[in-house]
Design a binder for this molecule. Structure first.
Ligand SMILES: [Zn+2]
Length: 90
């Protein structure tokens, strides 16, 4: 998990995450998934942002099975949400 990965707003299924990327992202890097140079964000940063808003906005959507994420890294959730796992890791 040491290789920075970037994801653009077109490669995420969640509207809320798309919004985050449009607000916080930039075009300095290519998306690691579609290779387009459009608004994107590093997954690490996305996880940070996601972590901040997860309690307020996202938890109801996650369902009870994932409520053990409080205080922990949101990275696994992001990965799960993006349905990419590590299959694209270089
Ligand atoms: Zn993309």
């Amino acid at each position: 998990m040491n290789i920075p990965k970037y994801v653009c707003h077109q490669c995420v299924p969640e509207k809320y995450i798309q919004k985050l990327i449009k607000v916080e992202g930039d075009k300095e890097n290519k998306c690691s998934y579609c290779k387009k140079k459009i608004l994107n964000i590093s997954i690490a940063k996305l996880a940070d942002l996601f972590d901040e808003m997860i309690d307020v906005h996202y938890e109801p959507m996650l369902g009870s099975s994932r409520k053990d994420t409080s205080g922990s890294d949101a990275y696994p959730i992001i990965i799960d949400e993006l349905q990419v796992s590590d299959k694209l890791a270089v």
